[in-house]
Design a protein around this ligand. Structure first.
Ligand SMILES: Nc1ncnc2c1ncn2[C@@H]1O[C@H](COP(=O)(O)OP(=O)(O)O)[C@@H](O)[C@H]1O
Ligand SMILES: [Mg+2]
Length: 255
């Protein structure tokens, strides 16, 4: 069981306060959605969880299994099992997809020793594992011969982030707008892929602006409304439907 606890988190970027007291607690096997208007600070929260250097925590704490991770670097946090799927994945020319994933997988397996993970010794074994996962998220084999995200379409980039989650099997996955820029069919299949790779040992946090992707998740335990730099309201999956119908204003007005 792994818990992530965000306590009264205040974060600024270039002197501007963006997160103004975020509180959230998650446990293994749970799927959480964080929904909120554009510009409210959702990506800021995601970046801060992974220690992006531009974001400065001025107050509050982030705890993994009760221990503060604020002093840990991005690399160290990733090795503790935190994963971020980017809203805007970067193209990295010259870095082969398969090589990148094998290196990352092995580093994580070494670090999460004792947990229930296969260990792949040979490239061939890893390729087989990779291909199985590739098909799970609806990508073709030729992906593995390409450079990381280079020339990927919008939909492919989003699937690629879910593929990384599937392959690496992080303890806590934060997916920042895995649905942005996708047409409805692609949203549905990305949601399916997310559901496929979420399991009882991991936590999945889906950040989104629209409720539609949430409708396609097989399991959704909590929905949090994020606005004005904090979580204003939490509920079960039915809250997503309410937001889809009524928008965000009624919550903002009730503050
Ligand atoms: N690169 C940046 N430089 C300065 N301000 C930024 C930058 N990126 C985001 N912000 C500001 O931080 C706030 C929160 O942005 P963000 O976390 O991206 O929100 P969301 O993901 O909810 O759309 C916004 O007011 C935005 O203008
Ligand atoms: Mg964002």
């Amino acid at each position: 069981m792994t818990t992530l606890e965000i306590k009264d988190l205040h974060v600024q970027r270039e002197g501007k306060l963006i997160l103004k007291g975020v509180n959230l607690k998650t446990g293994s096997g749970e799927v959480h959605a964080i929904m909120g208007p554009n510009g409210s600070g959702k990506s800021t929260l995601a970046y801060t969880l992974l220690a992006h250097p531009k974001y400065e925590v001025t107050k509050g704490d982030i705890l993994l299994d009760g221990q503060s991770i604020l002093d840990l670097s991005t690399d160290e946090r990733a090795k503790r099992g935190l994963f971020l799927g980017f809203q805007y994945p970067t193209e990295v020319s010259g870095v082969g997809y398969s090589h990148f994933l094998r290196t990352a997988y092995n580093a994580l397996s070494k670090s999460l020793q004792g947990s229930n993970r296969e260990v792949f010794i040979t490239v061939r074994e890893f390729q087989k594992y990779l291909k199985d996962n590739l098909h799970k998220v609806g990508l073709q084999d030729d992906f593995l011969t390409r450079y990381l995200n280079e020339g990927f379409s919008g939909g492919e980039k989003k699937r690629s982030e879910v593929l990384q989650m599937a392959v690496l099997k992080p303890t806590i996955s934060i997916l920042d707008e895995p649905d942005s820029g996708l047409d409805i069919d692609a949203v549905q299949s990305v949601a399916k892929a997310i559901s496929e790779v979420s399991d009882k040992d991991s936590t999945t946090i889906v950040i989104t602006h629209y409720a539609r992707i949430l409708n396609y998740l097989k399991k959704l335990d909590y929905v949090h409304v994020f606005a004005q730099g904090k979580i204003l309201k939490s509920g079960d999956a039915s809250l997503a439907g309410e937001l889809e119908q009524k928008g965000y204003d009624w919550i903002l007005e009730s503050q």
